[in-house]
Design a protein around this ligand. Structure first.
Ligand code: FAD
Length: 281
């Protein structure tokens, strides 16, 4: 199975992110989306991981199925807050046995108001554990162009990110709308001596109200005119406008030297297909 680190630095990559479906209907929708996006020959896909409960197991099952049944690699998101070292080690053994070689190592967020529990506090601790596993996983981490919402200040955020990313192979960013936020992040990392690839995460805004809520939680500035335009549209016209805006952002990022584009699909294919066609990726 292809390690993502081996894909970076050549042609720009095109990747898609999915989340584990909540029920049978959503599972069917995800299968259809995977079928439709397979035609674009993605470089890789990734599957998010719920916090607590059976979140890790559901992600493992979906990632394992994709790696077995599809001609592209799937990366498992793996959160560590609230989990034990023993539990994480067992999960990594499962992934290795299933031939899954790509892990996105994340802190995750403790459920609202709960204290941080388990053996981990920061993603960097998980990176160490994944790195130490004999399977030689390719390891990605999260980056926040507009600074992580729990960071006290920009310089501290960048110091922690640089230390974490230097131990990993690459980063994927939270979604954002201003290409200058990406170039500033890369420049700040370079100033700290960190030159690992940073793949920008791009969100086609197919559901403006929900995405505005995510943006507020993540500290991503959502341009008011874009929100107003998309809210005034519906159906295929909204998807087209969302794809156009995401294409424009993606093209600027590629022009600025981004090693690829990671699209947050929300388990839907239409916008991603339009973006990939316009970008000729
Ligand atoms: P960290 O790197 O640990 O950073 C969290 C905060 O701690 C930052 O403010 C950082 O500056 C600070 N920090 C880091 N190290 C130290 C240190 N040594 N001392 C003091 N402070 C420190 N969440 C999910 O639940 N499931 C997912 O599947 C998921 N996928 C994601 C995918 C991407 C591409 C991104 C960008 C985010 C994703 N998230 C997901 C969200 C992520 O879990 C949250 O943003 C979380 O709050 C932080 O995760 P992190 O890995 O960036 O944490």
């Amino acid at each position: 199975m292809t390690r993502i680190v081996d894909l970076l630095g050549y042609q720009p990559t095109l990747s898609f992110e999915f989340f584990p479906p909540a029920d049978e209907v959503a599972a069917k929708q995800l299968e259809e989306t995977l079928d439709e996006l397979s035609g674009l020959a993605p470089s890789f896909v990734s599957v998010t991981c719920g916090v607590g409960g059976d979140g890790h197991d559901r992600t493992r099952d979906i990632v394992t199925d994709i790696c077995r049944d599809r001609p592209f690699p799937a990366m498992a998101h793996l959160t560590c807050v609230g989990h034990t070292r023993q539990g994480v080690a067992a999960l990594l053994d499962d992934y290795a046995a299933a031939g899954v070689v790509n892990i996105l190592a994340l802190a995750g967020d403790p459920p609202d108001g709960s204290a941080i529990s388990g053996d981990f506090r920061y993603a960097s601790e998980l990176v160490e554990v994944v790195r130490a596993h004999p399977a030689r996983f390719s390891v990605g981490v999260a980056a926040h162009p507009e600074v992580h919402p729990r960071s006290t200040d920009r310089a501290t955020d960048r110091r922690h990110l640089s230390a974490k990313l230097s131990q990993a192979d690459f980063a994927i960013t939270q979604f954002f709308f201003n290409p200058a936020d990406y170039t500033r992040l890369c420049n700040e990392l370079a100033d700290l001596g960190c030159h690992q690839p940073v793949i920008p995460g791009v969100m086609p805004v197919i559901w403006p109200k929900s995405i505005l809520r995510y943006a507020e939680m993540n500290g991503s500035a959502f341009p008011e005119p874009l929100f107003a335009e998309l809210e005034s549209l519906s159906g295929p016209a909204r998807i087209r406008a969302a794809a156009n805006a995401a294409t424009e952002l993606s093209q600027s990022l590629l022009n600025a030297g981004a090693p690829g584009i990671h699209l947050y699909t929300l388990n839907r294919s239409e916008a991603s297909i339009q973006i990939a066609a316009k970008l000729s990726l």
